[in-house]
Design a binder for this molecule. Structure first.
Ligand code: AMP
Ligand code: MG
Length: 421
């Protein structure tokens, strides 16, 4: 059969345009726009300190009590007053002792020593402690070699934190160490931001739920479980809104319900400008859609819009792009809306164990991990290669300009942990 006489499309007007990406929004500009346009959306509630780890402080916290609250001994030993001079010292031992929580209720006479145990409040008449390992005790006396400075082996009241001092600022996401600090300074209850609720919705006729039967042409929904678990690990409240088929009414209904149940919506798939890209089509129809052509690989356009006054991040469908866009764009944006402020992930400059050439005009993130102090990257840059996401322990950030990286060159590695994963 002779093929029909169809003329292929003419050369595009932009066929001489600069390398792809040059007219696109650089990552840093896109981030700056998000940062300047978003604000905190969560309200405030009270939390008990035992439930506060991972929560975000709604106001500065001041110490109710100093840490330590009183001068105390840092070691087990013997306490007395003043410095001990150079040479052998013999000091009479007074009856009694001071232990943590059981103070000595008397005065240690000048020239006497008293048994003291770690954490004990220094009794009146004691400002210096000799370590028990450096002492011989005999016949009601202690003997040791000087010199010893006044104040040795003691902790001063408030040397760590003084009462009234600001211990943690508003916006802080509390770590286990912060919970210790708050407890030590007498704080049992704090004002925190309510959890930011983040709805996660997959889109695509090809998607089936893992565990169900997948027919020809169908694939399992991998993004939704990934995104839900990322949201949880990042410290937000995931809201599972299921899968929408490539059908406007189904998607519209799920967006309505998502907006009612969550503060922000993350969708994956259907965000470009094709026939089956219903997320961007619906957002456009609602009159609140911005297609952000961000100069980023992996990442196709990001659809940003509002649905019933709820911000929507229309992420790409490819799992690798969905994860990278979530980490690079959604994570700081969600943090800002949740009340923790804008944060940039800490990267580390380490020698590359790979070669890579790149044209100018876009930022790239490669799946990477560190072995023997060198950064290796996943063998394929294909954005459907989920195994590479799992293989990686972080991303390598390659700046927007042209580059030719050879083994040994420093590259910026950002561990997943720096993002909060
Ligand atoms: P789209 O952005 O909808 O054009 O999707 C881009 C690619 O990502 C297609 O190959 C989709 O099948 C795939 N994809 C979309 N959503 C998911 C998902 N939830 N899990 C795994 N792959 C997906
Ligand atoms: Mg799709």
């Amino acid at each position: 059969m002779t093929p029909p006489n169809i003329t292929p499309p003419p050369l595009r007007n932009d066929c001489f345009a600069l390398p792809a990406g040059v007219n696109w929004t650089p990552v840093d500009e896109a981030l700056e726009m998000l940062r300047s346009r978003l604000t905190v959306v969560t309200s405030v509630e009270t939390a008990q300190i035992g439930q506060a780890s991972g929560r975000i402080l709604a106001e500065d916290v001041l110490a109710k009590r100093s840490n330590p609250p009183q001068p105390n001994t840092a070691v087990d030993g013997y306490g007395f007053s003043g410095a001990a001079p150079e040479g052998p010292q013999v000091i009479p031992l007074q009856d009694g002792r001071a232990a943590a929580g059981i103070p000595f209720d008397g005065v240690v006479a000048l020239g006497n020593a008293l048994r003291v145990l770690t954490g004990a409040a220094l009794p009146d008449g004691v400002d210096t402690v000799i370590l028990e390992e450096d002492v011989t005790v005999q016949d009601g006396h202690i003997a040791f070699h000087g010199p010893l400075k006044q104040g040795a082996n003691t902790r001063k009241a408030g040397e760590d934190v003084a009462e009234g001092e600001m211990v943690l600022p508003a916006g802080r996401r509390l770590t286990p160490a912060d919970v210790a600090l708050l407890s030590a300074t007498g704080i049992a209850e704090i004002s925190v931001r309510k959890m930011l609720r983040v709805a996660v919705l997959s889109t695509g006729d090809e998607l089936v739920e893992p565990g169900n039967l997948a027919g020809p042409g169908q694939i399992f929904d991998a993004n939704r479980p990934m995104l839900l678990s990322m949201i949880e690990r990042l410290g937000f409240e995931p809201v599972d809104m299921g899968r929408a088929s490539d059908d406007r009414e189904d998607l519209r209904d799920r967006l309505d319900r998502s907006a009612a149940q969550a503060d922000v919506i993350l969708t994956s798939g259907g965000a470009s400008a094709g026939d089956e890209d219903h997320v961007s089509a619906l957002l456009r129809e609602a009159g609140a859609m911005q297609e952000w052509r961000i100069a980023l690989k992996p990442g196709r356009p990001l659809a940003l819009g509002m649905w019933n006054e709820t911000p929507v991040f229309g992420l790409p469908g490819n799992p690798v792009a969905a994860k990278v866009c979530t980490l690079i764009f959604a994570r700081p944006a969600l943090g800002l809306m949740a009340g923790e402020g804008w944060s940039e992930p800490q990267g580390f400059d380490l020698p590359a164990n790979f070669e890579k050439r790149k044209k100018p005009g876009r930022r790239e993130y490669l799946r990477a991990r560190v072995r023997d102090g060198r950064v290796e990257v996943f063998a394929s840059e294909g954005s459907g290669r989920i195994s590479g996401l799992s293989w990686a322990e972080g991303l390598v950030e390659i700046q927007d300009g042209a580059c030719h990286i050879v083994p040994g060159d420093p590259v910026r590695f950002i561990p997943y942990g720096s993002f909060g994963l």
